[in-house]
Design a protein around this ligand. Structure first.
Ligand code: E4P
Length: 218
């Protein structure tokens, strides 16, 4: 399972990179705005800065919602760095744009996936990744993990090459369950990634080992 970090914060990306387990980064317009990145040049510069930290795919989202606009924007984003993957929303024009990008060798991440049907069409259009939003479905008392299971079954039935990028992952159990289901990738916050290492028995066991070592060596 690949691990992506879902942030535009360079410090957190660096910290995740230093763990030695990072495979890529996802961003979205809200995450960029949260870091105070605004204006065309600053946004592009920030994507390049992220690509220089991580040797892996970096999703950069288009703002346009019409076919022509998405193509124009996506071409510029893809030209910024070979690791950029153009993030396109799961709307009708988005599917048409994904087909165009696929036919022109530009990799895509179809985002805002909330149904198996959206994931099926994105795969047929040749999306490199689909991003089903687990946490946002859970937020409305739906079952985000069940959607991952359904997409896994559909993609396996037909050998689609599109990778399932479980997004809107909020906590460590989401990560574990996505791994059990067979999501190809998960993208989540640094806290959820680091949280995988937390166990009280590890902490108490280590404390005891160090205390015994100190006693024996005094
Ligand atoms: C996915 O690529 C999105 O950036 C992200 O995972 C959304 O997560 P959220 O629902 O926590 O905002």
């Amino acid at each position: 399972m690949k691990f992506f970090i879902d942030t535009a914060n360079l410090d957190q990306i660096r910290q995740a990179q230093e763990l030695g387990i990072l495979d890529g980064v996802t961003t979205n317009p809200s995450l960029m705005a949260k870091e105070g990145i605004s204006g065309d040049a600053a946004v592009k510069g920030h994507y390049v800065a992220i690509c220089e930290i991580v040797d892996g795919d970096v999703s950069a989202e288009v703002i346009s919602t019409d076919y022509e606009g998405m193509i124009a924007e996506g071409k510029i984003l893809a030209d910024l760095h070979p690791n950029i993957v153009v993030k396109v929303p799961a709307i009708v024009d988005g599917i048409k744009a994904i087909r165009w990008f696929t036919d022109h060798g530009i990799r895509t991440n179809c985002t805002l996936i909330f149904s198996a049907g959206q994931a099926l069409l994105a795969a047929k259009a040749g999306a490199s990744y689909v991003s089903p939003f687990v946490g946002r479905l859970d937020d409305i008392s739906s079952d985000g993990l069940h959607l991952i299971e359904k997409i896994r079954a559909i993609y396996d039935n037909y050998d689609f090459g599109t990778e399932i990028l479980a997004a809107s992952v909020r906590h460590t159990m989401h990560i574990i369950e996505c791994a059990e289901i067979g999501a190809d990738i998960m993208t989540g916050p640094l806290s959820a990634i680091v949280g995988l290492m937390k166990h009280p028995l590890t902490d108490s066991g280590l404390k005891q080992f160090l205390a015994d070592h100190a006693k024996a060596n005094n």
